[in-house]
Design a protein around this ligand. Structure first.
Ligand SMILES: Cc1ncc(COP(=O)(O)O)c(C=O)c1O
Length: 1007
């Protein structure tokens, strides 16, 4: 059970900072009678600790409640809170506390002594203040605050404006008034710190805050107002501090209380900010002031405690409880506000330093005068590149090794990479034992003999210089300051210089681009490194001066890539200098969340990073192999050498568009068309299955001059808007906008558990087709279908349905489109194309996924007659479709399918696999149906053979189990209870056996 403890001293003050006396006490006895009389509830009553309001917990058989008693003078304010609570409790994840009406329907009741009372549902869980705060719960906190803000965005505040703008110390918009009270802080050091935070806010934060849109905000996500269950925030309680202010103020409150580590408080709050951003995206203006607002909140809390302490001089606890904030304010004042801002921005997907883009553009645009840093003209210098990455066991660390390598290659210069993850940084300065360990090189190293002259890259002035005479530091180092033509400052850093380089320098000294500024130091003077210059570009020194990172923490590399862009922008070494070091999977997952759309899902509960593939197998970053039963795109096997060679050879020779004669495209078009029956012989090349289906629609419309469409239920044909319109899987699914007017949907012709079953099912479904055709209130353009519907759960169309549907569609003036994007190219074993399973010849065939073996290649094949109808005068141009590289790859795939007899392999392996599963089905009734053709197979799991209740959870568990055992599986169908099996066609018998054994074990373990 949750214990409410009021450790937050500010609960004891009113808006003006005065104590509210507790003047009236109910006996718990009286309360239980009252609850019974007013609400008809009987239960155990106990008083809860608390100072401002009187609170009682009521535990009944039906659930727990909290009964709150307030002064009647607060009625207007309490009514507002009740309204808010009612609205917020509509958020499914934050449903408690919810106001409860009395037997007369009132949520506020008058009490005999003139006070008012209200009953709320009890928010069960633990308080945030009582739990171990991990990133997951912090992210959940940010999301909860955002959900509440989103819910309250349109709350009509007009009737309550006076209340919401009351004089209130916790209202950040009144910070300038509270500032007057700083002198109540007795400790002088603390007073200075707090004043610094308020001064910063007055000049840098509040003017910007004024410009942001206001709304109703909770404003009090302190850790005693947050209820958590299993690392998820389930309630935000106490709306007593609500104000009308920009939403970022409320987020700042949550952040201020979520900090638990003085070593790196910003790192601590990043998950809170991210959690908020993922629910209610933060804009750049909000992120710009967030750090200052967090600091201000901490400072506010210290002032409020001082006010209370002045009122209650004997209450020592008041100040003791503030001890944490007193330390925190000092740490926050020491934190560079720009660096904090950059980290918060990067955490939300924005580039860390917004000026970095402008600096990079300036250096790339030709507007800057840039000189060679060493050996002008640097472009012509003979160079070698050193591999100092952590992967290289034999890295040339010694001076002699480096110069030997240079001599062997007759090189004048050796280059060390930017963004290379190195093990060579062992000094204390690199925090080698901490998660914030710095190991990624941010400069470019230019290795040359000691004494080699070093020149200023750009016009500028000396910002700093020093002899950083600490082992493995920079030794003698110079930082120059520069400015873009639009006045943005940036810096270049030159490290490991000779001592005499620093003579005659002074801060502010002007230097010109190309001016000699230093020479490279000997190993003994540059603190233990072989002679070289570390050259770094910086868009901000982040308050660190000469201690600015030359080596960044891997965990925050995206931040540092922005602060310190690739110095090659100034060096202009044409062969490149960026090592693009490998990022850990956790960073990739974080980055993906904010820089790519979250509408793109990831496979598996724990996303997996795949780094290579071969044949039917994929490999993760640890080299663990996974049999890939999911990817029908890697048709002839992952990274098939012939396909790779065809693509890279052609890429090395020529890639252009189809507006020139090119043998590859033309020969491939004929080869592809030759796999199809007459009269399908005109080919259009495109880039994706969606594009192929979109073009198929245009062809059909040009031919029929009609728009009406018939589709099959649960079918998916692509992601472009015209095709979402004909994909029930999408338009009737989550987020779908429903069936468009020009589309009619025929029930999935599923003879296992569909509307019609048994031998005549095909004919019955054909009658459903007739009904839909009759219902279509416009001329028919086309009927589109797959021959085995994958998204519906690998449904093999009921026998006889397709020919009857084709007949009717054609009789109605429409054309028939076969979507072979999933199943074509020999996969179904018996035939090369899926439509051949049904003995029909479509008017238009769309193909995609497998034909490029992963290269974005797709095609539409149609009849000369339909192709003729498309000659309307409007040119059809497709930039990439059918380019020589794509065509060479397509041809190679076609050749491999034939040369390696992959269609026959699909037939044999598919039959062997289905037979194996059917064998298992005999003793495992959860296997309801095994269906498919060749290597396009569905295994449907049901909890009961008769009722066919889908075994959705089992299917999901099996997929996770498969992953553990090294077999990738996936599911589909309306209930996600059908295992989709569609591996690369190169799968061998041993691979099928591996799958069957994993399935067997999964069946034994998971049911
Ligand atoms: C049957 C079918 N048609 C078309 C498409 C769209 O192909 P793409 O994703 O290449 O646009 C898909 C994709 O999954 C598909 O399954």
């Amino acid at each position: 059970m949750r214990i409410l403890v009021s450790v937050d001293t500010r609960e004891k003050v009113d808006g003006a900072g005065r104590l509210i006396p507790v003047i009236w006490q109910h006996k718990t006895m009286q309360i239980s009678e009252l609850i019974k009389e007013k609400y008809g509830l009987t239960g155990q009553v106990s008083q809860l600790p608390g100072e401002r309001d009187l609170n009682y917990q009521i535990v009944t058989n039906e659930g727990s409640y909290v009964f709150k008693i307030h002064e009647s003078s607060e009625k207007n304010f309490i009514e507002l809170q009740q309204k808010i609570l009612t609205q917020v409790s509509s958020i499914s994840t934050l449903a408690e506390p919810r106001p409860i009406s009395d037997l007369h329907g009132n949520t506020l009741i008058d009490l005999p002594n003139g006070k008012i009372g209200r009953l709320l549902t009890w928010a069960s869980g633990e308080l945030f203040s009582q739990i171990e705060k991990n990133p997951q719960v912090k992210q959940s906190l940010g999301s909860a605050v955002a959900l509440v803000d989103k819910e309250l965005i349109n709350f009509d505040v007009a009737p309550y404006l006076e209340t919401l703008t009351r004089p209130f110390g916790w209202n950040v918009l009144q910070a300038n008034e509270l500032k007057e009270k700083i002198n109540l802080i007795k400790d002088e050091h603390l007073r200075v710190e707090v004043k610094q935070a308020f001064d910063f806010a007055s000049t840098e934060i509040l003017p910007k805050l004024e410009k942001l849109t206001k709304q109703l905000i909770h404003n009090d996500a302190n850790d005693n107002n947050i209820v958590v269950e299993n690392n998820v925030v389930t309630s935000l309680i106490d709306f007593g501090d609500i104000i009308y202010a920009p939403r970022v103020c409320g987020l700042a409150v949550a952040c201020a209380y979520a900090i638990s580590d003085l070593a790196d408080p910003i790192f601590d709050v990043l998950p809170v900010i991210r959690g908020y951003h993922l629910v209610a995206p933060l804009n750049a203006e909000e992120l710009e002031i967030l750090f200052g607002l967090i600091k201000l909140r901490v400072a506010t809390s210290i002032v409020m405690a001082a006010i209370q302490s002045a009122d209650q001089p004997d209450n020592e606890y008041l100040l003791v409880s503030q001890a944490w904030f007193n330390q925190l304010i000092t740490t926050l004042n020491k934190t560079d506000p720009n660096l904090a801002w950059y980290r918060m921005r990067s955490n939300c997907g924005y580039e860390a330093n917004p000026n970095s883009r402008l600096v990079r553009q300036y250096l790339q645009s030709g507007r800057a005068t840039i000189a060679d840093v060493v050996m002008p003209p640097l472009k012509n210098v003979r160079k070698i590149w050193l591999d100092w990455s952590s992967d290289n066991q034999d890295l040339p660390r010694e001076t002699s090794q480096i110069f030997n390598l240079m001599n062997q290659a007759d090189a004048q210069l050796a280059i060390g990479h930017y963004c290379e993850n190195r093990m060579v940084y062992q000094g204390e300065a690199f925090a080698i034992d901490s998660p914030a360990r710095r190991s990624v090189h941010l400069g470019v190293d230019l290795f040359a003999p000691a004494g080699t002259p070093v020149f200023a890259a750009l016009d500028g002035v000396v910002e700093y210089f020093n002899d950083n005479n600490v082992y493995l530091d920079y030794g003698p180092v110079i930082i120059l300051r520069h400015e873009t033509d639009t006045g943005i400052r940036f810096f270049t850093l030159y490290g490991h210089l000779s001592r005499p380089s620093l003579e005659n320098l002074y801060i502010g000294k002007k230097v010109s681009a190309g001016e000699l500024i230093a020479t490279m130091g000997e190993e003994h003077e540059n603190v233990g490194w072989p002679p070289h210059t570390h050259f770094q570009l910086l868009t901000d020194l982040c308050g660190m001066g000469l201690d600015i990172y030359g080596v960044a923490p891997l965990l925050e590399l995206p931040v540092w890539r922005s602060i310190s862009p690739n110095p090659n922008l100034a060096l202009r070494i044409e062969e490149g200098t960026d090592a693009h070091t490998k990022l850990p999977s956790e960073i990739l997952a974080n980055e993906r969340q904010v820089v790519m759309s979250r509408a793109l899902s990831l496979n598996f509960k724990e996303p997996i990073e795949i780094v290579s593939g071969k044949g039917a197998y994929l490999y993760d970053q640890n080299g663990k192999p996974y049999l890939d039963l999911v990817n029908n795109v890697a048709h002839v096997g992952h990274c098939h050498p012939r396909v790779v060679a065809a693509g890279s050879n052609q890429m090395a020779k020529l890639n252009t568009n189809t507006r020139y004669l090119n043998q590859h495209a033309i020969e491939y078009a004929r080869a592809l068309a030759s796999t199809m029956p007459d009269p399908l012989n005109v080919v259009f090349f495109v880039n994706s299955g969606s594009e192929a289906n979109d073009l198929a629609l245009r062809l059909a419309q040009a031919h029929t001059k009609a728009k009406g469409m018939i589709v099959l239920d649960h079918a998916y044909h692509g992601h472009v808007s015209s095709i979402i319109d004909i994909s029930p899987y999408k338009f009737s699914g989550k987020g779908g906008l429903g069936r468009p007017d020009h589309v009619r949907v025929v029930p999935t012709p599923d003879s296992y558990k569909g509307l019609h079953r048994g031998a005549d099912a095909g004919e019955s479904y054909a009658k459903e087709f007739t009904k839909q055709l009759a219902d279509l209130n416009q001329p028919l353009c086309a009927f589109i279908s797959e021959s085995i519907i994958s998204t519906a759960g690998q449904i093999t169309l009921a026998d006889g349905f397709l020919p009857l549907a084709y007949q009717q569609a054609r009789a109605a003036g429409g054309v028939c489109i076969a979507d072979e994007v999933q199943i074509g190219m020999g996969r179904v074993g018996e035939f090369f194309w899926g439509f051949e399973l049904h003995g029909v010849v479509p008017d238009i065939v769309t193909i995609g996924k497998p034909i490029g073996n992963g290269h974005p290649l797709a095609a539409v094949v149609t009849t000369p007659e339909i192709a003729q109808s498309f000659l309307t005068g409007m040119e059809y141009f497709n930039t990439f479709g059918g380019n020589p590289v794509s065509a060479a790859i397509g041809q190679a795939v076609l050749d491999v399918v034939a040369d390696q007899s992959l269609q026959a392999n699909a037939k044999n392996m598919g039959a062997y696999l289905m037979q194996g599963v059917r064998e298992l089905a005999k003793s495992n009734p959860i296997i309801g149906d095994v269906r498919g053709s060749g290597l396009f197979i569905g295994v449907e799991f049901v909890l009961d053979q008769q009722t066919q209740i889908p075994a959705t959870k089992f299917t999901a568990d099996l997929i996770e189990y498969g992953k553990q055992q090294g077999v990738f599986l996936s599911s589909d169908g309306p209930d996600n209870n059908v295992l989709k099996i569609k591996p690369p066609l190169v799968i061998a018998k041993d691979d099928v056996d591996l799958f069957l054994s994993v399935l067997k074990d999964g069946l034994a373990k998971l049911i």
